[in-house]
Design a protein around this ligand. Structure first.
Ligand code: XMP
Length: 329
């Protein structure tokens, strides 16, 4: 019988055996997967772990601050925050192909972790790059990530999840992936077992590549600002309507290369559409589009078109998975 307590005990033992007395870093995104992975590793090897939060500029409004505050307060883990916004934007400039964007983001994550690893301070308080190099990188990879990146038996590569198919070939770290056989609901159970706060355990999924794969077209700073403004409105209204636990997640997607004609006040507009993609799911392997109440959709649409000047049209994605995936890229 599956039991969260057994999974914790087993994984703690496995992590100790793999890591020994080496130092470990963990890429923390604030989401449930990386938070639970970090909590497991902390339970296993304690202060050998440093968490690294990469602000890649593809985050939603308020996200960086929230992670710094909530996760550290809850776990007391050592956290290093890296501002890598310019670096990611530079690397993504000019790229529009979804797999290329995913691979660039995966590669840049690793490069940032490598730089961060060199700066990790050891317990004695001196920079330990030569004395105790960081040998291991913890990732919150789940079973569905492995399958959909083509890692499962007989599986096709649907998209390269940033922490699986997006890894560079010359990776300097050995990976520690204690959630690799688990589904999301199991990860949540393990998180609760470990005492990870409910606010983190029940957070809706948000992909590692962030808003970078929700801008259809090239990722630019200006487009990120537009999408962030639309996204925060959708999230506010869904929360206000009490729907957070009813939906799995609701990506907001900017069709940055599409424009349509509109009218506002006395004037013609020629703006971009955003897509609302509310989905219901058990494990993200399959999903159905969520039948959100019309009045909630109406408020979201009105607010986005009023408050985000570059957006003049809000459309609803009514495709299940399959045939659509949850994210558009
Ligand atoms: P798709 O779009 O494949 O998404 O139906 C399934 C679930 O995975 C999330 N997702 C990702 N999560 N790194 C992640 O950590 C990724 O590269 C990635 N791509 C998709 C997506 O938000 C959904 O919950």
């Amino acid at each position: 019988d599956w039991n969260a307590g057994n999974v914790v005990a087993e994984q703690v033992e496995k992590i100790r055996a793999q890591v020994g007395d080496a130092r470990v870093i963990c890429g923390l995104s604030g989401g449930v997967d990386s938070s639970v992975a970090a909590a497991l590793v902390q339970k296993a090897v304690g202060s050998q772990l440093t968490c690294v939060f990469v602000d890649h500029g593809l985050l939603r409004s308020g996200e960086a601050e929230q992670v710094e505050k909530d996760f550290v307060a809850a776990t007391g883990v050592q956290l290093k925050v890296v501002d890598a916004r310019e670096r990611f934007l530079r690397a993504l400039a000019g790229h529009t192909d979804p797999e290329t964007k995913r691979k660039i983001i995966g590669r840049e994550f690793i490069r940032v972790f490598e730089d961060a690893a060199r700066e990790v301070i050891d317990d004695a308080g001196h920079s330990d790059a030569s004395a105790h190099p960081v040998k291991f990188l913890v990732q919150g990879t789940l079973y569905p990530d492995v399958v959909e990146s083509g890692g499962g038996e007989g599986a096709a590569n649907i998209k390269s999840h940033h922490n699986v198919g997006g890894l560079p070939d010359d990776l300097q770290f050995e990976l520690v992936e204690p959630l690799r056989t688990l589904f999301k609901d199991e990860v949540r159970a393990v998180g609760l077992e470990l005492g990870v706060p409910e606010g983190i355990v029940w957070r809706q999924p948000f992909p590692g590549p962030g808003l970078g794969i929700r801008i259809i077209g090239e990722v630019t700073a200006e487009r990120l600002d537009i999408l962030r403004a639309a996204d925060v409105i959708a999230r506010e209204e869904l929360t206000r309507a009490g729907l957070d636990r009813d939906i799995w997640q609701c990506p907001v997607v900017l069709l940055a290369d599409v424009r349509s004609v509109g009218v506002q006040g006395d004037g013609r507009t020629y703006g971009h559409p955003v897509v609302l993609r509310p989905v219901s799911s058990e494990d993200a392997m399959t999903a159905d589009w969520t039948r959100l109440p019309y009045d909630v959709l109406a408020v979201i649409s009105t607010r986005i078109t009023n408050e985000v000047p570059e957006v003049n049209r809000v459309v609803l994605d009514v495709t299940s998975k399959p045939p659509g995936t949850i994210e558009w890229e």
